[in-house]
Structure formats: C-alpha cells, structure tokens
Design a binder for this molecule. Structure first.
Ligand code: KG4
Ligand code: ZN
Length: 364
C-alpha cells in the first residue's frame, strides 16, 4: 500500500504537467486535469468527463427505471446486472462526447460508497481496471461528498464556509462545509430519508417508482392547505429530521378515507410535499443562521423538487441568505459530481489502491 501510494503520487504529479492539457490551447497557456467520473451506487449507470473539477465536458446517465418499475423499487441483483451491461458503453460515450481520446484522461474518480454493494462493485472494479490499463491514478469517492460538490459544477458556486442540505433517497443531512473535502455533520434523519418518504408515499398511493418526481408533478394539481399533515421535528432545537411518522400519517389518512381518497390524491400529495418542504426549509435556514453563514446549498435528488426549490429560495433570501441549488440534471445521481470532488482529492495526492474495496454505509 505504501509503495503503491507513493508510486501513484509521483504519477499524479507527472499528470499535471504532461497528461491533461487544455484542449483549446494544447497546454501552451494552461494545464488542466481531465478526470473520468464513474457512478454506479444505485440505479443509474453514469460516466462523465470533467476538467479541473468544474467544467463538464460530457455527462452520460443510463437510467434503470424501466427495469425496476414493475417491482416498485430497486432490485439490487437486477441493478448490478444492468450496470455490467451498461458500464462500458456509457464510459465510451462519455469519452467520445467529450471530444477526447482516452489518452487525454489524467485520472479516474469512482463512487466507492455508500450504496448497493453489488452495484458499487461494477463501477469500482471497472475504474480499477481502466486506470490500471491507462496507467493513470484513480480515487474512490464518497457519494455524499459528490452530491455536496455538485454545486461547484454551476457557474456561481458558494464561497466557504456554507451550510448544505443533502436530501436524497438514502440520506437527509445538514452539513457545515468548510472546504471541498471538510464537512461537519450538523443533523440528519433519525429514520427515513426525505426521498424515501416521497417514494413510500407514492407507492402507498399506487403512483409508481421513483415517487419523488411523480409527487412533484401531481402536487401542482392539488391544494396543500386542504389536508394538513404533521411537520415532524420542526419545533425541535436540533437539526435532525424524522420522516417516518409523516409517512404513517399519510397511511392513516388513506385508511380513514378508504372510500374516497382516490379522488383526493392531488391534495394528499400536495399536503404531504408541503410538510416535507416546510421542515427541510426551516432546518436549513436555521442551520445557516446558527453558523453565521450567508450561503446555503441544497443538493441530492430531492433538491430537484420544484416546491422545495421555490420555498427555500423565498425563505432563505428573506433572511439575506444566498441559495445555491444545482440544475435538476445535477441533483440526481450523476458522475460529473464524482469527478468534481475527485479532482480535489487527486490534487492533494489522495489516491485509491488496488487492494481497496467499496463500502455500503457511511457517515460524514
Ligand atoms: O440523489 P438521488 O438521485 O439518489 C440517491 O442518492 O438516493 O436521490 C433519489 C431520490 C429518490 O428518493 C427520488 O424519489 C427523489 O430523490 N426525487 C425527488 C424528485 N426527484 C427525485 N423527490 C422530490 N421531488 C422530485 N422532483
Ligand atoms: Zn445520490
């Protein structure tokens, strides 16, 4: 491990001067590090080519929604098999879309965890073999750090420090972010993640999978004030969340209105969504105030939610905060965010060894 790390660090230093040169000026004016990002932690096979950690040259996402749809959720074994089928074509497309040859790549960054182990292993082993064949460094990345760094792929990224709300299918947390790679966990969900609550409520109502985007669309046709659901933990002085009671409240509503709830679905999802959005907005705004930060970031799949984007912008800006939310394509799982954070680790000489493995769970 020691030898391998030093050897690879040397190669990395060589890389900034030789391998990745600015495509426009052919290295005469400016040196770039071009990184291939790979993401296979759940149900998307994604690859992207990113220069200097913030310029997306290409981003390809192959979704498995159609595969898992009949089961109402992700089937891990099927996910791994589909990643195996998709990984090589997706990587090849990302490289050709970037208009480069694979020899121009300076390094590979790949999701190492958390996620489904079988799914992670496909991208991780591919990255290992690919970087070995090209004789370039590679680095395993925490998926959650990828989401946090997705804001740096946009044109007006936040200055440090800032607070970030990460709301996805598996995690809902608030971080105080002091650098690209340093985060203090301020609070997190004690049970379901926000995205998980969206998915479970959608399943209860027979709206299909994944539920977040469907509820987002359908809620526009409903009136949130018609059905009021609880705002769990909103009055607590902690930055923790709890969404499982809210999900149970929706289930109880359906049971007590079993004869006519089908006619009220738009109001039910609008009421549910408003409760989630109220809690997420309240917590992130107060977290920023507690830390004296002027900038907040909202990342992860749930950050694609239209009502959440609108409400956080409105409430945070009223308190004088600047809000950073990535474009919808960068909220869900993608490989550009993995390459973006990979750049900062690689720049600091952090690389992954051939003997390293994936991980399924993690806290940052
Ligand atoms: O970050 P992500 O793509 O994958 C994970 O790392 O989990 O997040 C997926 C989650 C799913 O639970 C999905 O239902 C939710 O993000 N989601 C949404 C929306 N789009 C995706 N939730 C609410 N509104 C949306 N528009
Ligand atoms: Zn994610």
């Amino acid at each position: 491990m020691g030898w391998e790390r030093t050897e690879r660090k040397n190669r990395l230093q060589k890389l900034s001067s030789e391998k990745s040169r600015c495509r426009e000026c052919n290295g005469k004016n400016k040196t770039e590090m071009i990184i291939l990002g790979i993401e296979t932690s759940c149900d998307e096979t994604a690859a992207a080519v990113v220069a200097d950690g913030n310029k997306i040259l290409s981003s390809v996402i192959s979704s498995q929604i159609a595969v898992h749809y009949p089961y109402g959720g992700v089937v891990p074994e099927l996910a791994s098999r589909k990643h195996i089928e998709a990984i090589a074509p997706v990587v090849n497309t990302a490289i050709s879309d970037a208009g480069i040859d694979s020899k121009a790549l300076g390094a590979v960054a790949v999701t190492r965890g958390p996620g489904l182990v079988g799914a992670l292993l496909v991208g991780f082993c591919f990255a290992k073999a690919f970087s070995f064949a090209l004789d370039i460094p590679w680095v395993g990345i925490n998926h959650l750090e990828g989401h946090i760094n997705s804001v740096f792929l946009e044109s007006d990224p936040p200055p440090f420090p800032f607070v970030a709300l990460l709301a996805s299918g598996g995690h809902t947390s608030i971080y105080h972010v002091t650098s690209h790679t340093r985060y203090e966990l301020m609070g997190q969900t004690r049970d379901d993640a926000a995205g998980e609550a969206f998915d479970k409520v959608a399943k209860m109502l027979g709206l299909g999978y994944p539920g977040g985007a469907v509820i987002d669309r359908l809620a526009k046709k409903g009136e949130p004030k018609n059905i009021s659901f609880p705002r769990p933990f909103i009055d607590k002085s902690t930055f923790d969340f709890s969404f499982s009671g809210l999900k149970t409240a929706v289930r109880r509503y359906i049971q007590t209105h079993s004869d006519d709830y089908l006619h009220r679905i738009p109001d039910i999802v609008a009421g549910f969504q408003e409760a989630v959005v109220d809690v997420l907005t309240y917590k992130i705004v107060h977290a920023a105030m507690a830390k004296g930060c002027d900038h907040v970031a909202v990342v992860g799949g749930v950050a694609a939610n239209n009502r959440l984007r609108e409400k956080i912008r409105h409430d945070a800006e009223r308190k004088g905060l600047t809000v950073h939310i990535p474009s919808v394509e960068l909220c869900g799982d993608n490989a550009a965010m993995i390459a973006a954070i990979g750049y900062h680790y690689l720049k600091n000489g952090v690389v992954t060894g051939l003997g390293d493995d994936v991980f399924s769970r993690v806290k940052i």
